[in-house]
Design a protein around this ligand. Structure first.
Ligand SMILES: Cc1cc2nc3c(=O)[nH]c(=O)nc-3n(C[C@H](O)[C@H](O)[C@H](O)COP(=O)(O)O)c2cc1C
Length: 332
């Protein structure tokens, strides 16, 4: 049975996009603390989860403070989605489910999953119905504008998903063939919003509070989803939250830029959580990409990046980070 997804119960309108290899528990929690109103897991294989694959189940751990959280599933087989949701209902209790019909990664589309499903709307409908039938919580879906330029079918797919009982749709305004190139098409978000009776989450190329406002103004979307711009900059959610907190079209609060000492504290905590969740070696290794993003733009950081990429312990990592001297840099 269809359930309602009410964006008004969220605290804010900016949402952290699902990002494989990035939106793990630690990063999600930091984004929530800085104002993300909703966070998504990394994409989870419905096949692996339905079989109870232990590594996959580990990826589902989250901290209560992260709520509301959506678990995103990818795959092709409706029964695997349904069995996964049964397991999630029983053991994990996220707030929402999300269906991945947008991933462009070759290893996913070659098996017919992610954005490849946009070529088979009937398959999308089967998956959506199978999950909606079983889920006791709202089921969301995330799509791209189509498989390739010239065959954009997001409007039809969005309507189909709504008819299947999906509770909200996130739309990234690019086709699969565009991958991440060019500019996201916000017009398709506006068209889906005009047509849809369910909430619409706009996605693509939001990098600032001003962008988020523009997206809402241009498309009427209910929520704004942010992916790449949050890398190394979870603080962006505070900026977007303030920018979207408007009355009479005027922004009624502004946030000062986050100081470098505060950033350093966040980085340290991110490292701690990553190690806590994954063990020191894996935790540090997985932090490397985040560290590269966090230090972007700090004078003198480029030279130390290479060293950070080699560090294997917390101690080594912190030593290098301290040498960057961002305590002294303070606000831009
Ligand atoms: C590294 C990376 C991993 C991603 N993984 C996923 C994923 O697991 N599921 C998904 O639906 N989208 C995934 N995406 C797409 C994002 O959710 C988002 O749609 C896209 O980055 C566009 O938003 P942006 O312009 O704000 O980055 C990923 C994007 C990136 C850059």
């Amino acid at each position: 049975m269809a359930k309602t997804f009410d964006p008004n119960i969220l605290k804010g309108r900016a949402v952290l996009a699902p990002m494989a290899g990035i939106t793990d528990s630690a990063f999600r929690l930091i984004c929530r603390r800085y104002g993300a109103a909703l966070v998504y897991s990394e994409m989870i294989s419905a096949e692996a989860l339905s079989r109870g694959h232990s590594k996959t189940i580990k990826m589902l751990s989250f901290r209560e403070e992260e709520r509301p959280i959506a678990v995103q599933l990818f795959g092709t087989r409706p029964a695997a989605f349904a069995e996964s949701v049964e397991r999630l209902e029983r053991d994990i209790h996220p707030d929402f489910y999300d269906l991945n019909f947008g991933c462009p990664a070759p290893k996913i589309v070659k098996n017919g999953g992610g954005s490849a499903l946009l070529k088979s709307p009937e398959k999308i409908a089967e998956i959506a119905r199978a999950v909606v039938n079983i889920a006791k919580r709202p089921v969301l879906a995330k799509i791209r504008s189509g498989w390739e330029v010239g065959s954009e079918n997001a409007l039809d797919v969005a309507k189909l998903l709504e008819d299947c009982g999906i509770s909200a749709i996130a739309i990234h305004g690019r086709t699969r063939s565009q991958m991440f190139s060019g500019k996201a098409d916000w017009e398709i978000i506006a068209k889906i919003k005009q047509q849809a009776k369910i909430p619409v989450i706009g996605n693509g190329d939001v990098t600032s509070g001003a962008d988020a406002r523009r997206m809402v103004q241009q498309t009427g979307c209910d929520l704004v989803m942010v992916g790449r711009a949050s890398l190394g900059n979870p603080f962006l959610f505070a900026e977007i939250k303030a920018a979207l907190n408007t009355e009479g079209g005027r922004q009624n609060s502004e946030v000062p830029p986050v100081s470098w000492p505060e950033r350093m504290e966040v980085v340290k905590e991110h490292i701690k959580m990553s190690m806590n969740d994954k063990g020191e070696l894996r935790g540090i290794r997985e932090m490397r990409k985040h560290l590269g993003w966090y230090i972007k733009g700090i004078p003198g950081a480029a030279a130390l990046r290479q060293e950070l990429m080699q560090a294997e312990t917390e101690e080594e990592t912190l030593k290098i980070l301290t040498r960057i001297g961002w305590e002294k840099e303070n606000d831009e």
